[in-house]
Design a protein around this ligand. Structure first.
Ligand code: ADP
Length: 454
């Protein structure tokens, strides 16, 4: 692993001139790194304590608009500041950027220094704390799927996102020869992230032309979310450095498979796998059954946190490996929840609903909240489904549109209790705004369909 990984080493490397820049970042509602580039000397002398940012950064959309309707901030309150408080345990080098290290921040109130409730990192920390009160720890892994394109992001944007050409010409699922051709980008992604301290497992080709997957070893939930955000950011930057575009848009073409972010989850007690009980069917402990029952029961409530945009719902198509039903199955990829590692200490549940556009802090927090509710209410797990779940008429559907998911989010008594009204109201507003923006647009499809024939 490349240094630095702690404040003292950073200080030494700044003194010797090896590090000259520190990225001071937090993760926004969309899961992006936002922040400032500090001269490293300033950071180690003073700014390591705190810095500040405009509080619109947790009330904006992908295009940095300033929508009305947020209680936390707005023109009415003049868009003041938040405190960005560096979490010095997250110091790491960014080996793909010369002389550069980074640190992640918690976002605090400018006056009280209390965590901002709707900040993604604070939302996840709250659920981790609730789990700790049960003597439990969550370990998670979020898979990152994305597409690589031949051209750069700038070229693609200047071409109005038309004539998109994936980096390969055919389905490259587990394909070694095709992915060898992509090693110019994928090898630096693996190696730079590993050197930055992320426990990279592997990359592989995915089930569509130009589609890739990166796997990171499962870790405590907060680390997992930090890793995911850094990896997603790095993939875009490293692809850009090599003259290519990487996209995490879940569905970039109607006829192509979408990109997901499956979330593997297990609970641990005193360092032991609390989901494992070899005396029980599939080696699943009773605790795991309750957790999964909560995940399944409340999936409609929290699906917004797995699919936050209009486009996210285009992914949920039959026969594409993206799920459409909120049921579980044993090692069956057509269900929303898949039991993995049956009868082993690695027994875990994989949620397959989330798209590659999810914010890992919000997704994990929502699922932990659902699982905790399942444990606290001792919910019974329905029997596993089998066969092709896509055609199972009995199985409950995932909300099929952002509009439907916004309603289930807004009306979720469970999420209001677990996360707080302020948080649910904040993200409901984000969801509504996204839909309002979409509804204002006249799409190419409408024009082509109706211009002459309507
Ligand atoms: P597959 O080959 O089916 O994709 P893997 O063995 O590669 O399965 O595991 C997929 C992901 O699950 C990896 O990121 C891995 O770190 C993670 N994982 C393995 N064991 C656990 C566990 N006990 N809890 C949570 N995640 C786990």
């Amino acid at each position: 692993m490349t240094k630095p990984h702690d404040f003292e080493t950073l200080r030494t490397m700044v003194a010797s001139g090896e590090i000259d820049t520190v990225l001071v970042c937090f993760v926004d509602m969309q899961g992006r790194l936002m922040g400032k580039r500090f001269h490293a000397v300033n950071f180690v002398e003073t700014s390591f304590k705190e810095t500040h940012c405009c509080n619109y950064l947790l009330a904006t959309d992908l295009e940095m608009a300033t929508p009305s309707g947020y209680a936390s901030t707005g023109w009415q309150s003049g868009y003041g500041d938040y405190v960005m408080a560096p979490d010095l345990t997250t110091i790491r080098p960014l080996p793909w950027l010369e002389g550069t290290a980074m640190v992640l921040c918690d976002v605090l109130d400018h006056h009280t220094h209390e965590p901002i409730p709707h900040s993604p990192r604070a939302i996840l920390k709250k659920q981790i704390k609730r789990l700790e009160a049960h003597g439990l720890e969550a370990k998670m892994a979020t898979e990152l799927e994305f597409f690589l394109f031949t051209k750069t992001l700038d070229e693609i944007r200047k071409d109005d996102f038309r004539n998109l050409e994936p980096i390969s010409g055919y389905n490259q699922d587990y394909h070694i020869f095709q992915t060898t051709k992509e090693e110019g980008v994928m090898r630096p992604i693996r190696n730079h992230l590993f050197a930055a301290g992320l426990p990279i497992e592997n990359t592989k080709g995915e089930a569509e032309a130009g589609q890739e997957e990166l796997n990171i070893r499962y870790s405590p939930a907060l680390d997992c979310a930090d890793y995911h955000s850094i990896a997603k950011h790095a993939i875009k930057e490293i692809a850009w450095q090599h003259g290519h575009a990487a996209t995490f848009l879940p569905k970039w073409h109607k006829d192509r498979v979408g990109s997901s972010s499956h979330v593997h989850q297990s609970l641990w007690k005193n360092g032991e796998a609390a989901f494992f009980d070899k005396s029980q069917p599939h080696g699943m402990s009773k605790l795991m059954g309750h957790y999964m029952a909560g995940l399944i029961k409340y999936a409609p409530d929290y699906v917004y946190f797995l699919a936050p945009y209009v486009n996210s719902y285009k992914r949920f198509a039959k026969g594409t490996f993206a799920p459409t039903k909120t049921v579980w199955s044993v090692d069956n990829r057509t269900a929303g929840f898949r039991l993995c590692g049956e009868n082993t200490k690695g027994v875990r549940v994989e949620c397959r609903i989330g798209g590659s556009d999810l914010n890992p802090y919000l997704a994990q927090a929502a699922m932990l909240a659902a699982g905790i509710k399942g444990i606290e209410d001792v919910l019974a797990l329905p029997p596993a489904t089998t066969g092709d779940v896509y055609v199972d008429a009995q199985a409950a559907d995932i909300p099929q549109t952002l509009r439907a998911a916004t309603i289930t989010l807004r009306n979720s008594a469970f999420l209001r209790e677990a996360m707080g009204d302020d948080v649910v109201n904040h993200y409901t507003r984000a969801a509504e705004w996204e839909q309002e923006e979409f509804d204002r647009v006249v799409t190419d499809w409408e024009i082509a369909r109706g211009f002459e024939r309507a």
